[in-house]
Design a protein around this ligand. Sequence first.
Ligand code: ACM
Length: 484
Amino acid sequence: MIPQPTAQQALPDETFTLPTDATIGVDDPSARPIADRLAAQLRTSTGFALPVQEGAGTITLSTKGPAALGTEGYELRADGSGVTITAATDEGLFRGVTSLRQLLPAKAESSTQQDGPWEIAGTTISDAPRYGYRGVMLDVTRHFFTVDQVKHFIDLVSLYKINRLHLHLSDDQGWRIQVDSWPRLTEYGGSLQVGGGRGGSYSKAEYAEIVRYAAERFITVVPEIDTPGHTNAALASYPELNPDGVAPKLYTETEVGFSSLTVALDRTYEFLDDVFREVAEQTPGDVVHLGGDEAHSTPHSDYLTFVPKAAELVVKQGKTVMGWHEIADGPLPAGTVVQYWGTEDEKAQALAVKAVEQGATLVLSPANRAYLDMKYHAETPLGLDWAGLVSVEQAYDWNPATLIPGVPSSAIRGVEAPLWTETLDDLEKVEFMVFPRLPGIAELGWSPESALDWTTYKDRLAEQGPRWEVLGVNFYRAPEIDWR
Ligand code: ACM
């Protein structure tokens, strides 16, 4: 399994076999949708009727477990008489069902009817995550991805107990989320993408559909509006945001660091007030990400003036500020989440320490480990290499608790694997960069430190191959993995 559970024991004399007349029992109406989705998938692949009923079943899903299991914890038992998953919350139950899917044969994920037997080797599992934030980021600015494509992405990442989807929604090349009070952001600013082709954007209804679909899979969307740099699409849409009142052209290449909001202009903050209000209104989660990275054309003294003002506009909406680690150079509101994207450079590490000294927590996305857009090796046809080559082992073989010297493990909120899409214009390319590296980052976020071991992980990763084949995932068959 990936992520490796906190504790798992074999029941050597027991095997669960899903019988033709199996039922799924659920003891709480609120968990019914989880049971219904499991049933729907298994009906498709097994051809069994699999009615969902109240109370016990062949597979019993219970949310009446002790509170000590926590929000995401669960227990699972599979033996000769059935499968029971017990949690204290719907979310914990969902994580347990995710484990059940991995215990079943890969063909259980099929979209067409398959032959059994549908067996699980007897086992007991007791499981809960190491970190509360286990994220993946999708850049929908450099190339735009439709609601259906994002849903497919959500389905795939949810298999590995990812619980945050960070959407990078605005950048130089495009503005992708509707803002009613500034409609040209999407109408004009979202019209193109890298390479000059047609871009796109999410209407409020479409964005709400992404948020809803993610929430159904217990994934919280973290929206990012990147400021004060990475703002050419906004500046091109509204001349009034520019110091000389002249809008730049739309931009469809991939250089970074040339654009900046105008720090001295009152209109800049009226703009951001509207944007953060409308984005926060569409965000059930507690966090709004204000970017803050690579503001190379914002004078540093302006940057230090800007960030607290922008942060205050997020806080005003009742949201927690999240930002890339550069924001830690100035004062941060209480509870800020700082996303570390450095490699091993001392300047970035010093900013992480400075963040923690201010009471911030860290989400770790070290670019030379967790950036899913880095090439696997020198000949990888897609991706970039500015942070180095990131093999499957390189992505997995690090410890979040000790990554940054001088940062205590108590300051680590979790991990996130960002996928930037300068070179990725369709889902097959996205899948190629995400799989097989994302499961490793997901395991670093979930599994206990004692379980992390490349040699045994490699074997567990190999077993995911048949699953991805059944699901039609275009994964990179890294030669160092002994794919089944
Ligand atoms: C970043 O990669 N500019 C956060």
